[in-house]
Design a protein around this ligand. Sequence first.
Ligand code: ZN
Length: 251
Amino acid sequence: MPRLLCFTAHPDDEAGGFGGTLLRYAESGVETHVICLTPGQAATHRGGAKSDAELSAARRQEFAESCKLLKVSRGAVLDYPDGKLDQQNFHSTVAELTRHVRELKPDVIMTMGPEGAITAHPDHSMVSIFATMAFHWAGRTNRFPEQLQNGLTPHQTRKLYYGTALFTMPDRQPVSLPPSSAVIELAPHELEAKIAAFKCHTSQAPLFAFFEDTVRRRGRLELFALAASSQPRKVETETDLFAGIALSNQR
Ligand SMILES: [Zn+2]
């Protein structure tokens, strides 16, 4: 069964950034995984939570509901501190993500771009950088060799994609997005599911109207930039993140 792994920073990124694509592949027989690095405890919007711990617990539950709606095979929220991914130890964080890649052995990894996606949130930038190095290093026997002593094997993922967009948000700090090379045009039910999954994050309710308005006006396409490929290749516009992989997996 082909596998897709999505690395995100905060609960709601999976819906807002990748929701339609996650559902698309789940419904076409791909095993989909989301690994979210933080439980989002530093969010501005806190629902009724009285502490960071309460907000973390609520957002983990919201994430689980969003993943269920998007038919994600398995979603996981790790324990990194929201808002502080740029202060984490590079070596140990990449090691943890590399271990996940070696365990799950995805065909395709998708994450945010190093610019931090349209919001340019530093956590988005850092999950991109950590996930990018995990993509590259998971396949090498000389990176984190201590992980390979008890049956875990190196894994070279076929493709790495960054989510991107064809617009930026006005009145914000400058952000330079990667040019898109893959276009997933959402079917009406995929677009509705993406909006519904975002609304599973009830602690973030003040963002719903803006999100839904933006997605309905400009979100029919989820765009990606092919950042790396295990096979050397030229850039060509794709409409399937598994293009070139499907045959070998008899998908
Ligand atoms: Zn985020």
